[in-house]
Design a protein around this ligand. Structure first.
Ligand SMILES: Cc1cc2nc3c(=O)[nH]c(=O)nc-3n(C[C@H](O)[C@H](O)[C@H](O)COP(=O)(O)OP(=O)(O)OC[C@H]3O[C@@H](n4cnc5c(N)ncnc54)[C@H](O)[C@@H]3O)c2cc1C
Ligand code: FES
Length: 279
């Protein structure tokens, strides 16, 4: 976690970086492996994000998807939804992008050490969680049980298929998955992610639940974690809000008094449960 950080002369100034590998993950999501042109490490914490700029088009906040234990480059996994992300999808190996960051508060990795970790990932929520899951697996002896619950709408929308195949076989973790709708070939669980909770047992005082997914998922997944007895300050979420500057200046990401880009995107549920519109 002590990798040399990029030392930007300005938090507003993008640093030039090269796409060194791409992989089409699903119809909508593409992975970009990126390296700074000056060879420096990004120096991020799992859960932090960067602002990716395409010159002449714009900027978008994107979570870092690789673990800080991976050196030399970092991964972004991007869903094509609009101007910046669709333009990014047209780029391939050798293209140049601008990167600002890393920004925001990541997952409380030090507080998680010695604890059982219950990951709950819905759809593209696996993108930021992959950074933390791989960090935990690369430092396996520092953590207790590792449980991963992953839900996708359909099998075709599952991300990181190579890693999922390893997780299914892994003795280092308990991995359960589900899809909302089967494609006829799918042999696993069918149903929303909350249908996986009755299949697991946890030791509540020792467990930290980390929940990331689409807005609709939070209320139900948090409730399931509470029903298991996990205290609110041991339930961690990552909130996506419209962001522009990423550094607490423009107010785009504000929920009441909270600037999500600076105080988040990672929060304990205890901190935001009384904040209107947070969940
Ligand atoms: C902290 C953070 C981390 C993120 N991490 C990732 C990631 O790892 N991978 C990824 O693919 N995306 C991620 N996003 C979402 C991503 O930033 C937006 O999809 C992107 O900014 C859209 O930019 P655009 O120019 O392509 O789309 P635009 O042209 O701006 O908009 C296209 C459409 O998407 C909607 N939209 C735009 N931004 C958002 C948003 N933030 N939330 C909901 N709807 C939006 C617009 O209303 C419009 O309908 C993250 C967002 C935040 C705040
Ligand atoms: S994105 Fe500008 S203040 Fe948070």
């Amino acid at each position: 976690m002590n990798a040399a950080k990029v030392q930007p002369t300005s938090i507003y100034l993008p640093h030039l970086a090269e796409i060194v590998r791409t992989e089409q993950l699903t119809k909508m999501e593409k992975l970009f492996e990126i390296k700074f042109q000056n060879g420096q490490e990004l120096g991020h914490q799992p859960g932090q994000f960067v602002e990716v700029s395409l010159f002449g088009i714009g900027e978008a906040p994107i979570s870092v998807s690789s673990s800080p234990t991976k050196k030399g480059s970092f991964d972004l996994a991007v869903r094509a939804v609009g101007n910046v992300t669709q333009a990014l999808h047209t780029l391939n190996r050798g293209a140049t992008v601008g990167i600002r960051g890393p920004f925001g508060q990541g997952f409380p990795v030090e507080e998680m050490k010695g604890k059982d970790i219950l990951f709950v990932a819905g759809g593209i929520g696996l993108v930021p969680l992959r950074s933390l899951i791989n960090y935990v697996l690369d430092n396996r002896s520092h953590f207790g049980r590792v449980l991963v619950l992953f839900g996708a709408k359909t099998p075709a929308e599952q991300l990181f298929l190579g890693e999922l195949a390893k997780w299914r076989q892994s003795k280092d973790m308990e991995y359960l998955e589900t899809v909302d709708r089967s494609d006829g070939q799918w042999k696993g669980n069918v149903g929303v992610i909350t249908t996986l909770f009755p299949k697991i047992t946890v030791n509540p005082p020792k467990t930290i639940a980390v929940i990331v997914g689409p807005p609709i998922m939070y209320r139900f997944a948090i409730l399931e974690a509470q029903v298991k007895g996990i205290p609110d300050d041991q339930i961690i979420v990552s909130l996506e809000r419209r962001m522009k500057c990423g550094v607490g200046k423009c107010g785009h990401c504000q929920i009441n008094h909270i600037y999500v880009c600076q105080e988040g995107p990672v929060f304990s549920y205890a901190k935001i449960k009384d904040v209107k519109e947070a969940i």
